[in-house]
Design a protein around this ligand. Structure first.
Ligand code: 5AD
Ligand code: SF4
Length: 441
């Protein structure tokens, strides 16, 4: 049997796409390989969101070239493949396949051609494509990524995603529920619903509220998460479904990007600072104990000191549990690159603001986490921690908790007391709940 190795970069959608590609190729007679060395087919599933994500892939392709066995097929898939298309074949002569996110159905045929020495680019969008007939080959045993929507119809001016993943389309609710039953049958109890603006999900008949209730109601599902929502798509129906469905976890990753209304306008985020805050308040009012995380960009064109201060002050006002912070990266073809050159924020200013933002975000997270010490929470054990003898587990509100224990506990739910924190993650001790003890006398 020929073997295939896929190396994945970028977001969870790419992780999920790699699972679909592995599944498809396995169905076509390939075996999976856990190393590029010796594999007959090596695919690099790429991300294009920031310049440095692409630089890493370029560097990696150079390394892989040395590891490949003679005659092995090297392909590039994902967002960078879609963005660069045939240019990738020109710049890297070893690459034989360039396949975008809507063209994975063609992979087996393209690989056959490549094994005969041919080179191909496949980057057409297909608005009907959901890979419904592919069976994902999952490697993660505890939770399952389930794509529910592909593409994006927003046009945030910094973002390459609408170019690389095409227009938004949603899978049919019945298909998502079918896949949820399948993963439960494999012993998985947590699902993560994926979409670029996942709460705008609509399959023509059902919205995201219907989807949360349907997936959350599947027997055997104990945790439902989703990523990433857009603030404008949190209808009252969606918030109510989240609050009323017991299995939906008390956590929202709500990308803010900036705390300044004028900046948000240049980013074409379609909400103001006040509207973002109102969304947070509605979520918190409906869902007690909600964990809230976010994405923030610094150094977007034209960012003034006042605008940056507004970002810091919104962070202080919301008090996020955690934030992913990014320095703006100009992506070829996005509207941000057509803004006046004098709007470019100097590197030194970006660096200074970035450091200030990270310090603010971390300080708030630390304060919030310190205040949680002593609390008892339910965690799901996900994997062995990097530090010996410990397991990495997660609370419903998305805190990482390291607990002592042996690998047989992976996949089980524990009640733990939060005993320590680094400021970002916790250590916990398993506790026996009173109600679980045998009744006395
Ligand atoms: N530069 C920097 N960060 C970006 N993101 C998206 N595009 C860019 C860009 N051009 C960030 C946003 C998004 C996250 C996934 O990546 O914060 O929410
Ligand atoms: Fe990009 Fe905006 Fe779409 Fe998110 S909502 S993928 S940031 S265009």
């Amino acid at each position: 049997m020929p073997s295939v190795y896929i190396e994945t970069y970028g977001c969870q959608m790419n992780v999920s796409d790699s699972e679909l590609m592995y599944g498809k190729l396995q169905a076509e007679g390939y075996e999976t390989s856990d190393s590029p060395v010796g594999a007959d087919v090596v695919l690099v599933n790429t991300c294009a969101i920031r310049e440095n994500a692409e630089q890493r892939v370029i560097g990696r392709l150079g390394e892989l070239r040395r590891d490949l066995k003679p005659g092995a097929v090297l392909g590039v898939t994902g967002c960078m493949a879609q963005r660069l298309g045939p240019r990738l074949l020109e710049t890297d002569t070893r690459v034989q396949l360039v396949v975008g996110p809507d063209a994975y159905r063609m992979l087996p045929a393209l690989i056959d051609g490549a094994r005969n020495g041919e080179r191909f680019t496949a980057t057409d969008f297909d608005l009907e494509e959901h890979y419904e007939d592919f069976t994902a080959r999952r490697f993660e045993g505890v939770k399952a990524w389930i794509p529910v929507q592909r593409g994006c119809d927003y046009r945030c001016t910094y973002c390459i995603v609408p170019t690389t993943r095409g227009p938004e389309r949603s899978r049919r609710l019945a298909e998502v529920v079918r896949e949820t039953h399948e993963v439960v049958a494999q012993g998985i109890t947590e699902v993560v619903l994926l979409g670029q603006t996942v709460n705008s999900y609509h399959d023509g008949r059902h919205d995201f509220a219907d989807l949360l209730r349907a997936v959350g109601g599947v027997d055997g599902i104990r945790r439902v998460r989703y990523t990433s929502p857009h603030p404008n798509d949190f209808s009252d129906r969606v918030i109510a479904a989240m609050a009323e469905t017991a299995s939906v976890c008390e956590h929202v990753h709500l990308p803010m990007q900036s705390g300044s209304t004028s900046m948000l306008k240049r980013m074409l985020r379609r909400y103001t600072r006040e509207e973002y805050l109102a969304c947070v308040e509605r979520l918190r009012a409906a869902i007690p104990g909600l964990g809230l995380t976010t994405d923030i960009i610094v150094g977007f064109p034209g960012e003034t000191d006042e605008e940056f201060e507004d970002t810091l002050s919104l962070c202080r006002e919301v008090r996020f549990d955690d934030a992913f912070t990014f320095k703006f990266s100009a992506r070829e073809g996005t509207p941000a690159t057509r803004m006046p050159p004098e709007w470019t924020v100097p590197d030194a200013t970006v660096d200074r603001r970035y450091d200030a933002l990270v310090a603010t975000v971390r300080g708030i997270a630390r304060e919030k986490n310190m205040a949680r010490l002593g609390a008892r929470v339910e965690v799901l054990v996900e994997k062995e921690a990097r530090k010996g003898e410990l397991l990495q587990a997660r609370s419903r509100d998305f805190k990482t908790v390291l607990v002592p224990g042996t690998p047989e506990l992976i996949g089980s739910y524990l009640r733990v007391e939060l005993t320590g924190t680094t400021g970002a993650t916790f250590t916990g001790a398993t506790v026996q709940e009173r109600s679980a003890l045998p009744m006395a006398g």
